[in-house]
Ligand binder design. Structure first.
Ligand code: UDX
Length: 407
């Protein structure tokens, strides 16, 4: 029921949004935008002054990409804070949702103070975002917790009020602690996945099944089953960036975060291990051989290719001279994207396997499970599958004469 105005510096994005179209793929988002635009609650603009006119709360939700040393690049946060400061006409609460290094909240307060043409009261609150791509709307509406950090008790309570309809647990703390909670959460989740991928490597060496190991571990409430799916390694726009940033934050503060460095190393090893496995199934030397790939995005139900484990693995195969033909339900053939350089992207999963020595499943799109594997078998030069997401029915494949290896 709140009235919301979204600001972006990109005219193009704002134009798309005004037409009711989200510039990213997120299930349910277009419908939600349309519903709220129709209801007169949601507006889009490129003008700060217009958006700030009668705003009580200002959320900063800009990108914080990786800088040269892995530290978060805060230029967009700075620009947003300066623009807010210049256009403020009355007291406001500035809430930072972007993932930012510890201490950024204080820095933002400083920037606003220095950039204001005349002093107007404001408070800075940290309220980190925990939504996942692909289930962002659900995650937002059903949060496990809402974290609110501020120096101002009054501002923190107002932001808590704003979140009350979500009926979530609220953690009230100071600015720095709230910022740390976000990094610690992402780093811990990445640690869980690297841990299970390392366990999978040991399982493969000793002849145990990691899937049942995870089942047996996950039932222990202290461990939990979430984020213990073995796979090709973790990726996306957050885990890689945020884990490197936390290593840097710790280093700058005089702590050598060896554990987290190990988590990152295990992830890099996982890309190499999966690439090796694919090459091994194609006979060792992949030069000039066709490798079919299903899945390019960093996980299913998103069209995001940023830091995709699939692309990491494919680039290792390309470097060894393989011909990679890939299909992904969210990537159109002919898509011009630097990250897809050297990959032949096709619009059909059966076309991808045509003449292939091996099929690698690198993203867990559900639809891959229900394909016609007799047709897949007919098209391939050899019936071999490396399933880096443990997605396919291995018994069904074995029945059709496939050589199958998962994680
Ligand atoms: C993540 C956090 O989950 C979210 O809370 C934060 O706000 C942003 O970063 P997201 O980047 O959308 O969200 O992806 P997520 O679903 O967490 O997956 C990250 C990576 O880990 C993907 O590559 C995924 O395939 C991999 N993963 C996840 C596994 O390999 N195994 C798992 O069990 C879970």
């Amino acid at each position: 029921g709140n009235r919301v105005t979204c600001i972006d510096i990109s005219e193009e994005k704002i134009e798309m949004l005004r037409r009711g179209q989200a510039p990213i793929y997120e299930p349910g988002l277009n419908e939600m935008i349309a519903r709220n635009v129709r209801g007169g609650r949601l507006h889009f603009t490129t003008e700060y002054a217009e958006a700030l006119e009668d705003a009580e709360y200002i959320f900063i939700c800009v990108g914080t990409p990786s800088g040269v040393d892995g530290e978060a690049d805060l230029q967009y946060v700075r620009m947003a804070a300066e623009s807010v400061a210049r256009c403020m006409t009355h007291p406001v609460i500035v809430i930072n949702k972007s993932t930012v290094p510890v201490g950024t909240g204080d820095w933002v307060a400083d920037i606003i103070k220095r950039s204001q043409p005349e002093p107007i009261d404001f408070a800075v609150v940290s309220c980190p975002e925990f939504t996942r791509e692909g289930s962002a709307l659900y995650d937002f509406m059903n949060p496990d917790r809402v974290v609110i950090g501020s120096r101002s008790r009054e501002a923190a309570e107002k932001v808590a009020q704003l979140h009350l309809p979500l009926r979530a647990r609220i953690v009230m703390t100071d600015l720095r602690t709230a910022e740390m909670i976000k990094y610690a959460s992402n780093a811990f989740l990445a640690t869980k996945i690297s841990f299970v991928n390392a366990i999978a490597a040991v399982c493969e060496a000793v002849g145990a099944d990691v899937n049942d190991v995870v089942l047996g571990m996950g039932y222990d409430k202290r461990i939990g089953e979430a984020f213990l799916r073995p796979g090709p390694g973790w990726g996306g726009s957050c885990f890689p960036k945020d884990s490197h940033a936390l290593v840097k934050i710790a280093e700058d503060a005089g702590y050598d975060f060896g554990l987290l460095k190990g988590v990152i190393d295990v992830n890099e090893e996982q890309f190499a291990r999966v690439a090796d496995k694919i090459a091994r199934h194609a006979g060792g030397d992949v030069t000039g051989k066709v490798v079919a790939v299903w899945g390019l995005t960093f996980k299913a139900r998103t069209d995001d290719l940023r830091d995709s484990p699939s692309i990491e693995i494919v680039s290792r195969l390309l470097a060894r001279g393989a011909i990679v033909r890939a299909y992904d339900p969210a990537v159109e053939p002919g898509t011009t994207d630097q990250r897809l350089a050297g990959i032949e992207v096709v619009g059909d999963p059966y076309q991808a396997v045509e003449g292939a020595e091996v099929l690698a499943v690198l993203t867990e799109w559900d639809e891959f499970k229900w394909l016609d594997f007799d047709k897949v078998a007919e098209g391939m030069a050899a019936r071999r599958v490396v399933d880096a997401r443990n997605l396919l029915d291995r018994t069904g494949l074995a029945r059709r004469g496939f050589e199958y290896e998962g994680i």
